[in-house]
Design a protein around this ligand. Structure first.
Ligand code: FAD
Length: 503
């Protein structure tokens, strides 16, 4: 059988999504058989935020063959071991949702059940004391994992905080070196084929037309191709994720960078703090139904670590997802595919995951509908699982000090999330569904961090004698503490391995 292979791809947009797509496709498809072009408009610009990531991004960088230190230097990056949530459960309370393991599972029973068992009768140590990433983050430590499976230091999953503009620039250089052609222009019109409504070409403001077999829509929130031309439709989730605006502002950094992102809840949303080598990225994400723009801006500006470095920028969005992510010969990647707000730094991951699925379901010119349907099925599933995880943060709270929190605490939630909460509340059990992104441990850390404690725990933990359990728990805590003591400070690690040029 002869395939009618894709010969040309047009990437519409040059933000993080556009340049990640260009880099990945150029690396995998090569320059010989497929022509890849990217159009971006400096007049329109990019969203300019999106600086915290999750560990999966390392796989993306490895696939591209990037050197980790070089990447950190060129993007003014720091390392991230998790996210600290301040004031989310109630004012004055904080917890960390860390990457990586918590304790050690015994006989296939997850560790957290043993912790719950001890907690049931007698409050046990903070769960964070059993997690290397949490303990290291709170002590501002960081190192890359070592190659010794017997040491807790062999398991330190990490991500990055980086400068979004520098990241796009870095990937642009990479993609152009692999033959991607960049066209600086504004697209005026998207042209559909009369016969089947597929995208045929785009017309630029200067009148030039660019045709391609496959279009990757990375044009941001508006979805120039997937929505404005193909009218695919959008599923609005703002009744579950009510934040719809953000103010973002960089400020000077006067202290050594933390090895975690901080998310501080306010009365109608939350504020991010993302430390980079040359500055701190800050933003206040809020619901315009519950707070006006000026108040949101004032809150942001009065909660900064240092001098403001640029004028605050406002962003507006509607949380939700596209009704189809792949429609005809157009695949929406990045903000054009949907946006669920930045609370768990999942958007850049969704770009990466869209690209991985696109590669594994890569089409021919026939655009087999079963292939497209499978891509959409997998992506809907992924979005919905992340959505549930995000809603959990808002819904499971003791906060009753504002209309916003009263709304979130009492709102109807998706059945899938209600079922997960109900199982945990009554049995302490959590299950990860097929290729859902967040692990049982992530769910556990956030559920218990937000104050949801189950009335029971796994019955098989009773097979372990309490005295033996106490001793085991104490050994784990000690091993974590000893390991964290050995780790260098985050700033020292950066200075030694990957300090960026001063800006
Ligand atoms: P954009 O950056 O908007 O890029 C769109 C591109 O399309 C631009 O190059 C533009 O010029 C081009 N374009 C548009 N129209 C035309 C036209 N007519 N002709 C030519 N070119 C055109 N993600 C995370 O993972 N972590 C975070 O911490 C995080 N924080 C966020 C905070 C906020 C408040 C928001 C809103 C998002 C955040 N995100 C975060 C998401 C992240 O910013 C995006 O996923 C990422 O930047 C990708 O954006 P994009 O490339 O899809 O869109």
């Amino acid at each position: 059988m002869q395939h009618t292979n894709i010969e040309s791809i047009l990437i519409v947009g040059g933000g993080t999504a556009g340049w990640m797509s260009a880099a990945a496709l150029a690396k995998i498809l090569g320059r010989e058989k497929v022509k890849i072009r990217l159009v971006e408009s400096e007049d329109i610009g990019t969203v300019g935020v999106g600086e915290a990531t999750i560990p999966q991004i390392q796989r993306f960088n490895i696939m591209l063959g990037l050197d980790d230190n070089d990447f950190v230097k060129k993007t003014q990056a720091t390392f991230k071991l998790g996210i600290q949530f301040v004031n989310w459960r109630k004012q004055g309370h904080s917890y960390i949702h860390a990457f990586g393991d918590v304790g050690i599972d015994v006989d296939a029973i997850p560790f957290y059940h043993y912790w719950l068992k001890l907690n049931h009768t007698n409050p046990d140590a903070d769960i964070g004391e059993y997690c290397l990433n949490t303990s290291a983050a709170l002590n501002r430590k960081f190192m890359r994992p070592i190659n010794n499976p017997n040491s807790p230091l062999s398991n330190i999953p990490y991500a990055y905080h980086f400068d979004a503009g520098l990241y796009a620039k870095f990937l642009r250089q990479y993609a152009e070196n692999l033959g991607v052609e960049r066209i600086e222009a504004t697209i005026d019109q998207v042209n559909l084929r009369d016969s089947d409504g597929f995208v045929e070409s785009v017309t630029l403001k200067n009148g030039k037309q660019l045709a391609a077999d496959l279009f990757i829509d990375c044009s941001g929130f508006k979805g120039l191709v997937i929505e404005e031309a193909l009218k695919t439709g959008y599923e609005d989730w703002s009744h579950w994720l009510p934040c719809d605006r953000a103010w973002a502002v960089p400020c000077a950094s006067n202290k050594a960078p933390t090895s975690y992102t901080r998310s501080t809840a306010h009365s109608a949303g939350w504020q991010w703090r993302i430390p980079l080598q040359h500055r701190i990225g800050n933003g206040h994400v809020y619901s315009s139904k519950f707070m006006d723009d000026q108040e949101a801006k004032n809150i942001l500006l009065s909660n900064l670590d240092g001098e403001v470095l640029a004028a605050p920028k406002q962003l507006r969005f509607t949380t939700g997802k596209r009704k189809q992510f792949w429609n005809k010969n157009c695949v929406a990647v990045g903000l054009s595919s949907g946006f669920m707000e930045p609370l768990e730094s999942t958007s850049i991951h969704l770009i990466q995951s869209s690209l991985a699925k696109l590669i594994s379901l890569f089409p021919t010119k026939d655009f087999n509908q079963a292939n497209i349907a499978e891509y959409n099925r997998q992506t809907h599933f992924e979005f919905e699982k992340i959505r549930d995880f995000l809603i959990l943060h808002y819904h499971v709270t003791e906060r009753d000090d504002s209309d916003f929190w009263n709304y979130c605490r009492t709102m109807e939630i998706p059945d899938s999330l209600a079922q997960k909460i109900s199982l945990f509340r009554s049995t302490g059990k959590i299950f990860r569904e097929s290729y859902e992104m967040f692990s049982e441990l992530s769910w556990f850390e956030v559920m218990q961090g937000q104050g949801l404690m189950p009335s029971s725990y796994h019955p098989l933990t009773d097979l372990t004698d309490d005295a033996v359990l106490h001793e085991r728990m104490s050994k784990i805590r000690q091993a974590i503490k000893t390991s964290v003591d050995l780790m260098p400070f985050h700033e020292d690690f950066i200075a030694q391995h990957c300090a960026a040029n001063k800006m």
